[in-house]
Design a protein around this ligand. Structure first.
Ligand SMILES: [Zn+2]
Length: 203
């Protein structure tokens, strides 16, 4: 069984999820913000992979620290995200004073995935869905009962589509796709939020 914890990052209240199980020392992350807080929680466990819901700066600013601590970590994003990791314009760090320009120079740890790619995460099949609209790099991940939606779907909040690459029509289609994955057991894990109320509520 997967255990899912999360931290709320200090920039824009983005969330970093920490996936683990009691059977192993392996940890996976969904997005990466305040990495020091992640280290506090994982206590000696090993981060082997990070799934990027999208490559906007508030969801990736901890990646360089993560790579320093776990040089063999695997980073997963789609084709557009692969480009955005080296583009402060596309990852929007250029437009936010909270960040220095984010450029992940060495992308040898980065794997490009897309809808239909097969992945195993902590012994469970990971389902990957392209959910553009907020950004072309948006992926939604389904693992066990959990749905990691990033900023493609935040319960109760309209999808923000005003950044470069945003598209209202795509956002509507992606919302429909995400809701079609929802069942009574689903726990929705969005990309932002300080409080638990966002989990378990479809809208
Ligand atoms: Zn965000």
């Amino acid at each position: 069984m997967i255990q899912v914890d999360y931290i709320v990052n200090h920039i824009f209240n983005s969330r970093t999820y920490i996936l683990s199980n009691i059977a192993s020392n392996d940890v996976w992350l969904v997005d990466c913000g305040d990495f020091a807080k992640v280290l506090d929680i994982i206590r000696g466990k090993h981060v082997i992979g990070v799934l990027l819901t999208h490559t906007h700066s508030d969801h990736i600013y901890g990646l360089s620290d993560l790579l320093k601590t776990f040089p063999d970590v695997l980073i997963y994003t789609n084709d557009y995200g692969y480009g955005a990791l080296v583009s402060p314009k596309l990852n929007i760090s250029k437009y936010h004073s909270e960040f220095d320009d984010i450029i992940i120079d060495d992308r040898s740890n980065v794997s490009v995935i897309s809808e239909g790619s097969y992945m195993d995460v902590l012994g469970n099949k990971l389902n990957i869905y392209e959910t553009p609209g907020h950004d072309p790099s948006c992926l939604t991940f389904k693992l066990d009962n959990y749905l990691f939606t990033g900023d493609a779907f935040i319960p109760g909040i309209k999808v923000f589509t005003s950044f470069k690459g945003g598209n209202k029509y795509d956002a509507k289609k992606s919302t429909e796709k995400i809701l079609s994955l929802y069942t009574s057991d689903t726990k929705i894990c969005p990309g932002h939020g300080e409080i638990e109320r966002a989990v378990n509520i479809p809208l």
